[in-house]
Design a binder for this molecule. Structure first.
Ligand code: KDG
Ligand code: MG
Length: 402
């Protein structure tokens, strides 16, 4: 069996997605997601100029060897662009292997550990009341876990304020939108949000919250402490994780469970966080962390220290990543939760998929491979639109973490 072609498909059915389609000489194919929100074209060039030419003629069954070839062979290791390109190849090859053998990916990984996987949705609002109404809507839809974010009084464009119902799409303009951030106002506001939610919904539903890298370790520790009475499922990205040691300070001061890792590319980004038990959930997912081959390595490593998974699943991860992640979630023994932001109907039409939602759980389906396809003719009707993520500044103009 030999790879005959590998093509990059860019489409924008409401938002941009980059997809790699690998075909064999006998017409079998697999697809992988390579989307990097706001930086899509960088991955397209990496794939087309540097990766695709090296794939032609290779045996697609040798997934591990191809992964090592692309990782070690680049000499320049890691980083979001490189690792997304590797992820796209890896995901497409796992998909192809499943299809050629006629088995779903979860069976290739070792079989199902559970039938359905618990997911959390995003409740966003301009203020506490609107967020609470959104939480209610998710609970009525059957969700057992909801992430809650609300606008902060006096803060323009605080992280997590939604645009439209059920969708949250931060990449909104060709040049980055400027937003403002105030840590004191946020630290004052966040506990009030969860006071209101626990009062209205009790302690039955799991509640999650994302700080989106905005705090210093000490501020993060203060927030974690102030949210302890609300018993969150997790508090996410409390402080930037480039400095893994920063989490030691947070951990020493709070028992609120900590999640981090949607921007991690490899195990090396979270090695210390995991082995020192500074976090409870690792948020790396298929497209971000070099595909299934590397993601399961992270998960196995994490399992030694009882750290569980919580795959990133925002709308900028295409249905291809969602499908592959759900097979991984169905298998992985140390599963925690899966993020699930719904895609638009246009996106779902471009990427027909086998996965389905029912009563708060997602099921990967039993189609061979990851069960997600691409309708290329429809994809061609949605050309690329340049969109970037916003930036954030403190009130005095200082650049901050968005
Ligand atoms: O592209 C950026 C989004 O993926 C990110 O803002 C979403 O933080 C996010 C989350 O937890 O889903
Ligand atoms: Mg996040």
């Amino acid at each position: 069996m030999k790879i005959a072609s590998a093509r990059v498909i860019v489409t924008c059915p409401g938002r941009n997605f980059v997809t790699l389609k690998i075909e064999t000489e006998d017409g079998a194919y697999g697809i992988g997601d390579a989307t990097l929100n706001g930086r899509e074209k960088a991955v397209v060039a990496y794939l087309e100029d540097h990766v695709v030419p090296t794939l032609i003629g290779r045996d697609p069954r040798r997934i591990e060897d191809i992964w090592q070839y692309l990782y070690r062979g680049a000499y320049w290791r890691r980083g979001p662009v490189t690792m997304r390109a590797i992820a796209a190849v890896d995901t497409a090859l796992w998909d192809l292997k499943g299809k050629t053998l006629g088995v779903p990916l979860y069976d290739l990984l070792g079989g199902k550990s559970r039938e359905g996987v618990m997911v959390y949705g995003h409740a966003n609002g301009d203020d506490i009341e609107q967020t609470a109404d959104e939480v209610q809507r998710y609970l009525e839809l059957g969700y057992r876990a909801v992430r809650a974010q609300s606008g902060v009084p006096g803060v323009k464009g605080a992280y997590g304020v939604g645009r439209g119902q059920m969708f949250y799409e931060p990449a909104d303009a060709a040049l980055p939108t400027e937003t403002v951030w105030s840590t004191p106002q946020y630290l004052d506001h966040a506990p009030k949000l969860f006071d209101a939610l626990r009062e209205r919904f009790g302690f039955g539903p799991h509640l999650l919250h994302d700080v989106h890298h905005r705090l210093t370790p000490l501020e993060a520790a203060q927030l974690g402490k102030s949210l302890e009475p609300h018993r969150l499922f997790w508090l996410e990205d409390v402080t930037p994780a480039e400095n893994q040691e920063g989490f030691r300070l947070v951990r020493q001061h709070t028992t609120t469970p900590l999640a981090v890792g949607e921007i991690f590319n490899t195990l090396w980004d979270c090695k210390d966080l995991i082995q020192e038990q500074l976090i409870d959930y690792v948020r790396a997912t298929v497209v971000g962390a070099g595909g299934l081959t590397h993601l399961r390595r992270i998960a196995d490593f994490a399992s030694v220290w009882q750290v569980r998974t919580g795959c990133h699943g925002a709308t900028d991860l295409s249905p291809v990543t969602m499908g592959a992640a759900l097979h991984f979630d169905a298998w992985v023994p140390n599963f925690g939760i899966q993020e699930y932001m719904r895609h638009t109907p246009e996106t779902d039409a471009v990427f027909p998929h086998a996965y389905r939602f029912e009563a708060g759980l997602l099921y990967p389906g039993d189609a061979p491979g990851h069960g997600v396809d691409i309708d290329e003719a429809l994809a061609a009707r949605f050309p690329y639109e340049p969109k970037q993520l916003p930036v954030a500044r403190l009130e005095d103009g200082t650049m901050w973490n968005w």
